[in-house]
Design a protein around this ligand. Structure first.
Ligand code: FAD
Length: 290
């Protein structure tokens, strides 16, 4: 099913992101973890894409397996920063053959020293145009409630986002955020700019406090004091950190749903127990459809 059809049909959606194995020898363990997540029956699952390297072939294999074995709606990520038109054409042909109808079209992070003149795409919007003119896909893109790190300011980032949506992007998934007010302010600004596509809120249940502090520093993600206190206290106790991270993410989601943000995407990091606990925490909440 196309995700655009799912959004039109369903009031609330809960979906999960998984990542493919980085090496061939971890394929089976990743396959197992992603299957366990599929058993939770998410509305859809997304599989990330590692630009250029060995993981790109695994994205398709993992997505195809989940789709065929569990009938789950799949969203395959695709990046373009180090791709030629030929490479993208081949990838789109493989996706078509696999019956995957949804693509999250991304530029990808620019690898150090990459000679961009050798490749054909500058922005995600270039890839979106390519996909839209190549086949019958539903295409989504990424958005950044706190602004993309390379962007001079949020206004310019939102202008670029408008270009992306006008290129044919049918929904946007957000980068993780830990303060819902940041998302509400962002939604107000993009709606005012005429960006009306569904926004899927990306939520990261933090299970490794120290790691998230490093990632957030790099991506410029704001960590509220309430969150930092949890990491300070429980960061060195993995089980306690996991429990606190799940509780924090659950609370964030309940607040989002209560405020009309109805599409929630969990960065589940291939952890079926985390995915399942979050879904269980929301079981009665997800049944409320008014
Ligand atoms: P773009 O939309 O092209 O934006 C990149 C920068 O260029 C921004 O600063 C933007 O403001 C600017 N810009 C865009 N268009 C224009 C324009 N027309 N004119 C001027 N400036 C412009 N990475 C992976 O490698 N694999 C993945 O699977 C993956 N999945 C992701 C999923 C989500 C939900 C998110 C939020 C990110 C994901 N990423 C992934 C990371 C992503 O590739 C990086 O954040 C990358 O740096 C930007 O990609 P983008 O598609 O947002 O780029």
């Amino acid at each position: 099913m196309k995700i655009s059809e799912l959004f039109a049909k369903k009031i609330l959606t809960l979906s999960f992101e998984v990542f493919p194995p980085k090496t061939d020898d971890t394929f089976d363990s990743v396959k197992y973890a992603t299957e366990e997540i599929a058993k939770i029956k998410p509305d859809f699952m997304s599989v990330t894409y590692g630009a250029g390297g060995g993981t790109s072939k695994h994205t398709l294999a993992i997505a195809q397996n989940l789709k065929n074995k569990y009938g789950v709606t799949l969203l395959a990520h695709l990046t373009c920063v180090s791709s030629t038109k030929e490479m993208i054409k081949n990838q789109l042909a493989l996706l078509t053959q696999s019956g995957i109808k949804n693509i999250l079209a991304l530029r990808g992070d620019i690898p150090e020293g990459l000679d961009r003149t050798k490749f054909d795409y500058k922005y995600a919007s270039d890839l979106i145009k390519e996909i839209k003119s190549s086949g019958d896909f539903c295409v989504g893109g990424a958005c950044y409630p706190e602004g993309h790190v390379e962007s001079e300011n949020q206004k310019k980032d939102i202008e670029a986002l408008k270009i992306k949506v006008d290129a044919g992007c049918e929904f946007l998934t957000t980068q993780m955020f830990f303060d819902n007010n940041i998302l509400y302010n962002f939604l107000y600004k993009i709606r005012e700019r005429g960006i009306t596509v569904p926004i899927v809120a990306g939520i990261m249940p933090v299970t490794n406090g120290k790691q998230i502090e490093r990632i957030c520093k790099l991506s410029g993600t704001y960590l509220p004091q309430r969150f930092k206190s949890i990491v300070d206290k429980y960061g060195n106790y993995p089980d306690a950190m996991k429990q606190a991270g799940i509780a924090y993410a659950t609370e964030q989601i309940i607040d989002l749903l209560a405020n009309g943000v109805n599409n929630i995407h969990i960065y589940s990091m291939n952890k079926p127990d985390v995915a399942e606990k979050i879904k269980n925490n929301l079981s009665d909440i997800l049944a409320v459809r008014n």
